[in-house]
Design a binder for this molecule. Structure first.
Ligand code: GLU
Length: 468
């Protein structure tokens, strides 16, 4: 078995969006599965559109998801000289040539094609022309001499065999007049130099692959194996757009998704292992194979992602969750998470995490625990705090004051005994109690809440309501 080397080659022109993230994940998994390498190449050759912010977003997004690359990051622009040399070598070998067409000539060619209802293509007018005939003021591009006969075949590991007639492909530009390489040239030279064995990318690149294979052929290099994975579509089957959730990974982080949940969800988009929905990292590495990637476009489903996230929240370590919640709390209300507040959260976390689907939701549900007194009350909680309810709370307060063992059994027995002595149902007492302690009408179990808050804080919160 050859030593597998995959790569992720994003153009840093925008955020790391969800489709590219899945591409990175598949490349990472394939390399890990085979004990190979996963390399990161930033394709920053387009100086106008590449930005440092985008590079940062890509790096941080991959790190957040745990898709850590091997070796140093390769910046494509730093290899410009190598790209120029590669193109010039082909000219020297007669496999490529200088083309001195003016922009006006190219426009005329395009116009003519349009008028005749053809795809615009370069007509090869400098292919066999002597460069000594070149106009003095035109800086040439380098074009590849593409074979005019035969066909180019891609044996794609996902799409199967795909072929194109060479006559349909014109002589592509390899090096622009300003000496910058085209994507086609740079990607082939870099993949070759980086010893890439498998290229896994979106199927929007499939047509580029014919051209890239032609470059491999003239270079005398062995092409890597290609896998073109179907794109991700929205729920409605249309191409993924912002409206469908085509956001940067950081947007998912900020909405409160866990990296392992997003990774698990993206893995299942287009790849499957039976009906398994929840697949651990270790299982994914063990099972992932490119031949199990489907050919149909997959649909991005926010509800499913949320479901998977809820699972990972429940599985998560409580201390980790508290650290992850901090930024969400800060957005809602800046509160310093002191050790006693963390202790409160820690006590309530086993119950809280059962009921939340995202970190944002979890933070909203947990905020009452750390909110300084007096607590704000939502509308429903307010409506529960009638004067009748307050007189019940007064009795509850007196009763709880004398409870010395603050645990679930004692608290429950105490409240039950009180309800019986007043000849009311326990719920009649528990409802205003919940409102007083949490400011809300829905919360984790009332005794769980009282234990997390502790005796002193619980009694003070009840007293606050009585003082209103
Ligand atoms: N830089 C290209 C892109 O962002 C990908 C190149 C490749 O995977 O071959 O679409």
């Amino acid at each position: 078995m050859m030593n597998v080397v995959t790569r992720f080659a994003p153009s840093p022109t925008g955020f790391l969006h969800i489709g590219s993230t899945r591409t990175a994940l598949f490349n990472w998994l394939y390399a890990r599965h085979h004990g190979g390498k996963f390399l990161l190449r930033i394709e920053d050759t387009d100086r106008e559109r590449s930005t440092n912010e985008a590079i940062q977003a890509i790096i941080e997004g991959l790190q957040w998801l745990g898709l850590i690359w091997d070796d140093e990051i390769i910046f494509q622009f730093s290899r410009a000289v190598r790209h120029q040399e590669a193109a010039q070598r082909l000219v020297a070998q007669g496999k490529a040539y200088y083309c001195f067409c003016t922009p006006q000539e190219l426009d005329a060619m395009r116009e003519k094609a349009r008028a005749e209802g053809r795809q615009p293509r370069y007509d090869g007018r400098w292919r066999d022309r002597d460069p000594r005939e070149a106009p003095p003021d035109v800086r040439p591009v380098i074009r590849l001499k593409v074979p005019t006969e035969g066909e180019t075949v891609v044996q794609d590991l996902v799409q199967g065999e795909v072929r194109v007639q060479n006559a349909q492909l014109d002589d592509m530009i390899l090096l622009r007049a300003d000496q910058t390489p085209t994507y086609m040239l740079a990607v082939v030279v870099d993949d070759h130099d980086m010893n890439i064995t498998h290229i896994i990318r979106g199927d929007d690149h499939l047509t580029n692959t014919f051209r890239q294979i032609q470059i491999y052929e003239v270079m005398g290099w062995r092409p890597p194996l290609f896998s073109h994975i179907p794109l991700i579509h929205g729920q409605d089957g249309a191409k993924l757009s912002k409206r469908h959730g085509a956001l940067g990974v950081e947007a998912y982080r900020d909405m409160g998704f866990l990296p392992e949940a997003l990774r698990n969800y993206l893995l299942r988009l287009g790849w499957g292992h039976g009906d398994d929905e929840i697949i651990s990292q270790a299982q994914a590495i063990k099972w992932f194979d490119i031949k199990d990637v489907g050919r149909a476009a997959s649909r991005f489903d926010m509800a499913k992602l949320t479901f998977v996230n809820a699972h990972y929240l429940r599985e998560s370590d409580d201390e980790r969750l508290i650290n992850l919640l901090d930024p969400f709390f800060q957005k809602m209300r800046p509160i310093e998470l002191t050790a006693p507040l963390k202790e409160r959260l820690l006590k309530a976390m086993p119950g809280l995490k059962q009921r939340a689907r995202t970190l944002e939701e979890l933070a909203a549900n947990a905020l009452f625990l750390i909110h300084p007194r007096p607590l704000p009350f939502d509308e429903k909680a307010k409506s529960l705090l009638t004067s009748e309810a307050k007189s019940l709370l007064q009795k509850a307060l007196e009763t709880f004051k004398v409870v010395s063992i603050w645990n679930e059994t004692t608290l429950e027995t105490t409240l039950r005994t009180l309800a019986e002595s007043l000849d009311i149902k326990m719920g009649v007492l528990a409802q205003p109690l919940r409102a007083a302690l949490t400011g809300r009408s829905i919360s984790p179990g009332i005794f769980e809440v009282m234990i997390a808050l502790g005796k002193e804080e619980s009694l003070e919160r009840i007293q606050d309501v009585l003082d209103l």
